[in-house]
Design a protein around this ligand. Sequence first.
Ligand SMILES: [Mg+2]
Length: 131
Amino acid sequence: MKNIHEELERFQKEKGWEISTENAGQSRESLLLNHMLLTTEIAEIAEELRKMMNLEYELIHEGMEKEEAFRLAKQEISEDIGKEIADSIAYLCKFATFFERNIEEDMMNKLQEINNRMKPNLQKRMKEEAK
Ligand SMILES: [Mg+2]
């Protein structure tokens, strides 16, 4: 992830696509614009899922077995949803760059946080099951 972030940062700077750090006003405007663009990319992932489900439905309607229809529909959108996932990650990396975040570190910390949060629940469940 660190390599991808660095590569995207370099690419975005080269194209002049980074979130503006000119001044407070331009940064605020650029943050909002980029957030809007990020949500557009997220919506494009949903659009691919809709395409997949519509195709699955059509294939089942034509008599195909459910699992096979799902597999084919999934395969059909795979490349395009990959592009939308990449677009979304590119925007997320812009935010990470702007806020001077190390995504890898943030991700590892987040996983640890989730693990720590789940431990008390797991212990509680194990105690209840032992009763
Ligand atoms: Mg896109």
